[in-house]
Ligand binder design. Structure first.
Ligand code: ZN
Length: 481
């Protein structure tokens, strides 16, 4: 390049620098004279803006000699700041003879990192790094949308803590990171599982056999061999015994479990026996008839009563005086109330026990669960409550009884007395405790009607009819909630 051309080139560069981009439009007719139409961009010919930030077009200026024609500029094209990309804006101005155009490119760039959102706590704990359950994390980018699937997770253990790092990049390369700290500390106690976890009934004089157990810890694994058992079962004495199982893990957390063993007096249970039981009374209509029939046959039975009005007191006094067992069905029979929680049930038992003690000096310890221990209605109010209540009753000095012979007298409002008789007599079995479920509420006249025949059948077939006592061999349903 010679010296003159250099000078021209330098002048052109200086013009661009000073004026931004300037276009001198050539006259459409070579005969036209100066002044010439000038169109100049304000700002840069190529601009870059961040996505989701407002873009303000700096515009352009048009001039013809001293005349300002800026107001005559029209702009075409637009910039969508919500979508990264390259946009072109075109500025145009026209006079009678000249048409002048100039363009600007605007590049929208995603400069914002995605947003990471940790679920759960920022500081957590786990017994072992491998036992950490990550509650998860999500990533959202304003331009790319949901980036959760692209998150990379890195775990690093430093001493007694684990640092979990989450990273994610959007398509533009913006990166977000976040961290969670997990304290590695074993705070979870081992769990002992007893085989045959219900109450164990042992006839007096027989040997207690441990049904077995397992113990597992989330950090230490199988600890069954380390379990220690305290407590003893003396099978030569009737009573309720508690065995306690204990095991500790390396971190010193201790798990415990208890088992209830009840030794009952087997000699108090002759071979063929029938225990007649009457629930839901006393009633002024049916209970006196039942008592009369029992008295006439010299048979003792068991009444599982509900709370009573004062005018029923003579009936309960009669039960006691005539050698029957007064058992507790409950102060109330309302499932929603009594199965709401463990305390509500125990109060329902204790309240009736207390009243019987005050009114008659009678200490009632035999209980029948409303609905039986196998009822499934209680689960609707409190899942698992029957397992706890069965154990708690026994541990607090009560004995509960279900039945293995149902008279079916509650299967309809009024069941034919022949049907009741057939139900009972067909289900009696020699060589066991036959606990017969019947009802003496006012509506159960046909139960009273069937009673005499049932007694004759039982006596005629060699059964002994007895009241239930704490020594009676238990008859229990499987607990089903
Ligand atoms: Zn009942």
């Amino acid at each position: 390049m010679n010296r003159k051309k250099w000078w021209i080139a330098a002048a052109a560069v200086a013009t661009v620098v000073l004026w931004g981009v300037l276009i001198l439009c050539l006259p459409t007719s070579p005969l036209s004279l100066w002044p010439q139409l000038q169109l100049r961009l304000n700002g840069q010919a190529a601009e870059e803006v961040a996505a989701f930030h407002p873009y303000q077009d700096p515009g352009a200026t048009a001039r013809l000699g001293r005349e300002d024609l800026t107001a005559k500029i029209t702009v075409t094209g637009n910039v969508d700041v919500t979508k990264p990309g390259v946009y072109t804006l075109q500025y145009q101005v026209q006079t009678g003879e000249e048409d002048c155009r100039i363009t600007r490119t605007v590049t929208v760039v995603d400069r914002d990192a995605p947003e990471l959102k940790l679920k759960g706590q920022r500081e957590m704990a786990a017994s072992l790094p491998s036992l950490f359950q990550d509650p998860g994390v999500s990533a959202e980018d304003r331009c790319d949308g949901d980036l959760t699937a692209r998150i990379r997770i890195h775990r690093r253990v430093e001493g007694d803590r684990m640092i979990v790092t989450y990273r994610v990049k959007d398509t533009a390369g913006n990166e977000a990171t976040d961290q969670r700290t997990v304290l590695i500390r074993d705070t979870v106690a081992p769990e002992i599982t007893l085989k045959d976890s219900g109450i164990i009934y042992l006839p007096m004089g027989s040997t207690y056999q441990e049904p077995g157990f397992t113990a597992t810890d989330d950090a230490d694994g199988d600890l069954s061999a380390a379990v220690r058992i305290s407590g003893k079962v003396d099978s030569s004495r009737a009573g309720t015994y508690t065995l306690t199982y204990q095991v500790s893990d390396k971190a010193g957390n201790t798990g415990t479990a208890t088992r209830t063993v009840k030794v009952f007096n087997a000699s108090a249970n002759p071979a063929n026996r029938v225990y007649l039981t009457f629930d839901d009374g006393p009633s002024s209509g049916v209970t006196p008839q039942v008592l009369d029939i029992l008295a006439a046959n010299d048979v003792k039975a068991t009444f599982f009563i509900l709370n009573y009005s004062d005018d029923k007191k003579p009936l309960i006094q009669r039960m006691i005086d005539e050698g029957h067992t007064v058992g507790i069905h409950g102060y109330s029979h309302d499932y929603a109330t009594i199965y709401a929680n463990d305390e509500a049930f125990m109060q329902n038992v204790y309240r009736l026990q207390q009243r019987l003690l005050e009114d008659f000096g009678y200490h009632a310890t035999i209980v029948r669960f409303p609905g039986g221990s196998s009822n499934t209605v209680s689960a609707a109010y409190n899942q698992g409550i029957m397992t706890r209540l069965a154990r708690r009753l026994e541990q607090e000095g009560f004995t509960y009884f279900d039945w293995n012979v149902s008279s079916g007298d509650a299967s309809a409002a009024q069941v034919d007395s022949h049907r009741i008789y057939a139900n009972v007599t067909e289900s009696l079995r020699p060589g066991r405790s036959n606990v017969v479920l019947m009802h003496d509420a006012n509506a159960k006249q046909t139960t009273a009607d069937a009673l005499q025949d049932i007694i004759w059948y039982a006596k005629g077939n060699g059964y002994t009819l007895l009241p239930i006592t704490p020594d009676t061999e238990p008859v229990h349903h499987g607990i089903a909630n």
